[in-house]
Design a binder for this molecule. Structure first.
Ligand code: PGA
Length: 257
């Protein structure tokens, strides 16, 4: 397997942090710190919905705009929801789905995640599908069983062409926001196994093309070791994406890989 077949994606997940008025300054600063050459490497900021139009309309060419959620419905009487088409119209290029915080605190089910993924693909937005095990599942040796279930449930009934458009983020729940990152070996092992799963279900060509990211306490210090693993094609970064210099450093490392 070789990363030259895939894009390296460094995606920030701001979660419910930062105000729209602060975001503009952040992005201006980030643009100054971005590496000169970003061939084969994409920087994304997944921002709260209130920030999207400001980010999109300013057309920050070197930073793609991502959302953090989308409705599983296409339109209509769904108060408080935002459709994939609305995101597309606001220039959103990526959208996180199935984040463990939404699965845990918003009761999001695998079936909802499957539907959301389809909506995004239909709208031409790249889904960043999050999967990952709890500490208990890891300790019981159920990591891959759980992750294969999540991946298969989300991708069920997609064509090979559609699967190729999906980005998968492996985020062990015990590593999110805890400061405890998975070791590079642990992260590589799971990302490799996810690729194997894709190879068995969709063939070598597709599995070679899908970018698989690692997320969970990735920061400017530990990113190099994680990003140098053969099956880790980027990162989904929470806390460290709120600090402009840290996020820029991670992007710079990602662009070297
Ligand atoms: P973290 O969050 O980098 O703060 O651990 C990652 C995520 O939740 O996507």
């Amino acid at each position: 397997m070789n990363k030259k077949y895939r894009r390296v994606i460094i995606a920030g997940n701001w979660k419910m942090n930062m105000l729209p008025s602060q975001a503009k300054g952040f992005v201006e600063e980030l643009k100054k710190l971005l590496p000169q050459a970003m061939r084969g490497c994409t920087a994304v900021l997944c921002v709260p919905a209130t920030h999207i139009s400001a980010m999109g309309s300013q057309r920050f060419r070197r930073i793609s705009v991502g959302a953090q959620n989308v409705s599983e419905y296409d339109m209509g009487a769904h108060t408080g929801e935002i459709s994939a088409e609305m995101l597309k119209d606001a220039d959103v290029q990526y959208c996180i789905i199935g984040h463990s915080e939404r699965r845990q605190f918003n009761g999001e089910t695998d079936e909802q995640i499957r539907l959301k993924l389809r909506r995004l693909l239909d709208a031409g937005i790249t889904p960043i599908l999050c999967v990952g095990e709890s500490l208990q599942q890891r300790e019981l040796g159920l990591t891959m069983e759980h992750i294969s279930y999540q991946v298969k449930a989300a991708l069920a009934s997609l064509s090979e062409e559609q699967v190729r458009e999906v980005v998968i983020a492996y985020e062990p729940i015990w590593a999110i926001g805890t400061g405890v990152t998975a070791s590079a070996g642990q992260a590589q092992e799971v990302c490799f196994n996810i690729r194997e799963l894709l190879r068995k279900d969709y063939g070598a060509l597709i599995s070679r093309k899908v970018s698989i990211l690692y997320g969970g306490s990735m920061n400017a210090k530990n990113c190099r070791e994680l990003l140098s693993q053969p099956d880790i094609d980027g990162g989904l970064i929470g806390g460290a994406s709120l600090k402009v210099s840290d996020f820029a450093s991670i992007i710079a490392v990602g662009c070297e890989e």
